[in-house]
Design a protein around this ligand. Structure first.
Ligand SMILES: [Zn+2]
Length: 413
């Protein structure tokens, strides 16, 4: 019925040569899910789903962790890997989210994938495709009319068209912001999105990347990286990472610094620094940093540095050149420096905690004051009411007395 009505409005608009009004909320939740599912079926038929249960489960787990904190929970999210070497990801309306196998090859860590998937979840949570179809009523309705409104084919066509046409810059920014907060809330490395954005920028600079999905009308790369840095600052993510002109990335908290200068293959020094800084942030969310929890697993030509079960950094023989005999002893030196970070991190966290506590106390005191004021006002009003009642009673009693006296006098007379 709604469809017929909409088509009728559309026809009227055509006849009178006016633009149909924007119909926010015109597409129902059921319609959103239906067009998402149809688009998902199309993608799966087109590319095929990678037949690797462990990989599918891993991607789904990352996705569910992010979806759980995204604030839109009336839909069921699914996350699958499409069998394509393209570095890309797509979010269909209704929560059907896909990453391409090529993306996982290019961004193999959970951290990086969380950055991409967080962004895609952001598009669904903020209903970007649905909103864009609703905004483009002309095209949408033309499609519905052209297909005779058969089984919602028009809407599905519109969904696919919108998805491949890309999002607006505003929507991309919205998905970045939402993605950043989702990754942080879900407990991932807060630098995830910065690594992802920088790596996509590298690929675009090399001329790679498709012209839809992840690459469609994304904000200018430089501006994007700047914006994500702003979110990191707003959220007060520490340690921070400073990039120097000579390519050395400095991880910094108060006076403590830790430098990474080596690129390892295509992994730039700055990405290694973001990984380390963000992992340290994840570690401190568990409570005060214990210096004894920093450990080295020496593998000969490389060594992993962990804090408890959190992987912080992998160092290689080439990192050690001119500083230490090999990766293992270099890792040991790094670990000593990381232990020096512990008291600084703990001190800063305590300051932050104390400040938050003081803020909360202030808020509670203000609330209490407000409550007392309200109670005093109520008590005053009640007193006023009682006084009024008392006076009215007195007046009535006086009147009755006077009347009685009059009656008595009358009898005497
Ligand atoms: Zn996007």
């Amino acid at each position: 019925m709604k469809k017929i009505l909409v088509a009728f409005i559309f026809a009227l608009c055509v006849v009178f040569g006016i633009t149909p009004p924007t119909q926010a909320g015109m597409i129902s939740l059921e319609q959103e899910i239906e067009m998402g599912r149809e688009t998902a079926n199309y993608l799966e038929a087109q590319y095929g789903v990678v037949q690797d249960y462990a990989l599918q489960e891993r991607i789904n787990n990352i996705g569910q962790r992010l979806a759980a904190v995204c604030g839109r929970n009336e839909i069921t999210y699914s996350f699958k890997v499409l069998n394509s070497n393209e570095v890309n990801a797509l979010a269909c309306p209704g929560g059907f989210i896909y990453v391409f196998k090529g993306l996982i090859d290019y961004m193999p860590s959970d951290t990086e994938l969380a950055g991409v998937i967080g962004h895609e979840v952001g598009h669904v949570a903020q209903k970007h495709t649905v909103n864009s179809i609703e905004k483009q009523m002309w095209t949408t309705l033309a499609l519905i009319v052209a297909t005779g409104g058969r089984g919602g084919m028009g809407l599905i066509g519109a969904a696919q068209q919108a998805l491949f046409a890309g999002y607006s810059r505003t929507d991309e920014r919205g998905a970045d912001k939402e993605g950043f907060y989702n990754t942080v809330k879900a407990g991932y490395n807060p630098y995830a999105m910065l690594i992802t954005a920088s790596k996509l920028e590298d690929l675009a600079a090399q001329g790679g990347g498709a012209n839809y999905g992840l690459f469609s009308s994304h904000p200018e790369p430089e501006e994007r990286v700047k914006r994500i840095n702003k979110y990191l600052k707003e959220y007060d993510i520490t340690p921070m990472v400073v990039l120097n002109e000579n390519g050395v990335a400095t991880i910094k908290e108060s006076d403590w610094t830790f430098n990474i200068g080596q690129d390892i293959g295509s992994t730039k020094a700055e990405y290694r620094a973001y990984m380390l800084a963000g992992s340290l942030w994840v570690a401190r969310q568990r409570g005060p940093i214990n210096p004894d929890y920093f450990v080295v697993y020496d593998n000969g030509s490389y060594a992993h540095i962990y804090y408890d079960d959190i992987q912080l950094l992998t160092v290689y023989n080439q990192d050690a050149v001119g500083i230490a005999p090999d990766a293992g002893s270099y890792a040991a030196a790094c670990t000593r420096m990381l232990r020096e970070w512990a008291p600084i991190a703990n001190y800063n966290d305590k300051l932050k905690k104390d400040a938050a506590f003081a803020e909360e106390q202030k808020r509670l005191a203000e609330e209490q004051k407000k409550l007392e004021k309200e109670q005093a006002k109520k008590a005053k009003e009640e007193q006023k009411r009682l006084e009024k009642e008392r006076k009215a009673k007195e007046k009535a009693e006086k009147k009755a007395r006077e009347k009685a006296e009059k009656e008595a006098k009358k009898k005497i007379v």
